[in-house]
Design a protein around this ligand. Structure first.
Ligand code: CAA
Length: 283
């Protein structure tokens, strides 16, 4: 199956990054969200991100304008009915995802593939909420999407070979490197990454060092591009917490217990960069 057009559901950090990557690769993109202000913010972010590339002479003015012209935004979920592939990038919350998958199944055209950008929820479970389980797959992008090379492709129990091959081809067309991963809580990257970040939160809350010192230690001692607490701010503390909860519940292993300080910071609304405050503060 050849994918010619892409729908993206959810215009948050990941949704707008995915829309940008697809548009830059030449796919017409329908970006939907329930809230118009979120869509307006998404377009602003995409413009800002493309502007960076133009300023660095990595993209021409024309290419930027062409990419922006490929993106249509709407609050009408029904508009994804024209897309061959729909990528769901809504909040990481199982009941919400299940509800959206039911709606997407009704709105998407027959034969369309529905992918989820979930960072940890079972693809098998999401597929079972549709009548096209063989055409459901996980397509896990990384933040910031325009920069990060990897897409984890997660096959649910029901995912067909044809679906996998079509989505693998799209991933490559986006200039990304797909890695095939079996459906399991957290897949590969978050299974390894999020417990490390969680441990950094424990270290911080126990007063081992300041947030800056913990980040400096991991940057300078392990050559990480940014420290674990700064990365948590980039990912979003709410997303980090959601992943830890899925790991904790999925494996029933106390080693995945979310750090109490992480829980409390999410309760306070300190979600990281997107709210201006997490383990660090942002202007
Ligand atoms: N759009 C376009 N380009 C961007 C960008 C964006 N949104 N953000 C950064 N860039 C580009 C910059 O233009 C710059 O390009 P050049 O090298 O050509 O100059 C390059 O990326 C580096 O950016 P900066 O110089 O601004 O800053 P930096 O060197 O600190 O890099 C970073 C920023 C790329 C985010 C880097 O810190 C990094 O790689 N961090 C780790 C990111 C990571 O681990 N992501 C995975 C998170 S886990 C996840 O997403 C999964 C999940 O489910 C939780």
């Amino acid at each position: 199956m050849q994918i010619g057009s892409i729908g993206v559901v959810g215009a948050g950090t990941m949704g707008n990054g995915i829309a940008q990557a697809c548009a830059v690769a030449g796919f017409p993109v329908t970006l939907t969200d329930i809230a118009q202000p979120q869509l307006d913010r998404a377009i602003k972010n995409i413009e800002g991100s493309l502007e960076r590339l133009v300023k660095k002479e990595k993209m021409s003015d024309d290419a930027r304008n062409t990419a922006l012209g490929k993106i249509t935004t709407t609050t009408d979920l029904g508009a994804i009915g024209s897309s061959d592939l729909v990528v769901e990038a809504a909040t990481e919350h199982l009941p919400l995802k299940l509800e959206i998958f039911g709606k997407l199944d009704a709105a998407a055209k027959p034969g369309a593939i529905i992918a989820s950008n979930t960072s940890s929820i079972s693809i098998t479970k999401l597929a079972a909420a549709t009548k096209r389980a063989d055409r459901v797959i996980g397509m896990h992008f990384f933040n910031p999407v325009p920069v990060m090379q990897l897409i984890e492709l997660i096959r649910g129990l029901q995912t067909s070979d044809e679906t996998y091959q079509a989505v693998e081809a799209v991933s490559k067309a986006l200039g990304k490197t797909p890695v095939k991963v079996r459906n399991s809580p957290g897949f590969v990257v978050n299974r390894l990454l999020c417990p490390m970040i969680n441990e950094a939160v424990f270290a911080f809350s126990e007063g081992l060092a300041t947030a800056q010192e913990i980040d400096d230690a991991m940057r300078l001692g392990c050559n990480h591009p940014i420290g674990p607490l700064a990365l948590c701010d980039l990912i979003g503390l709410d997303v980090q917490l959601a992943v830890m909860q899925v790991l904790f519940e999925g494996f029933k292993d106390p080693k995945y217990r979310p750090a109490p300080l992480l829980v409390e910071m999410v309760e306070a609304g300190y979600l990281g960069r997107k709210t201006g405050r997490g383990f660090h503060t942002y202007g």
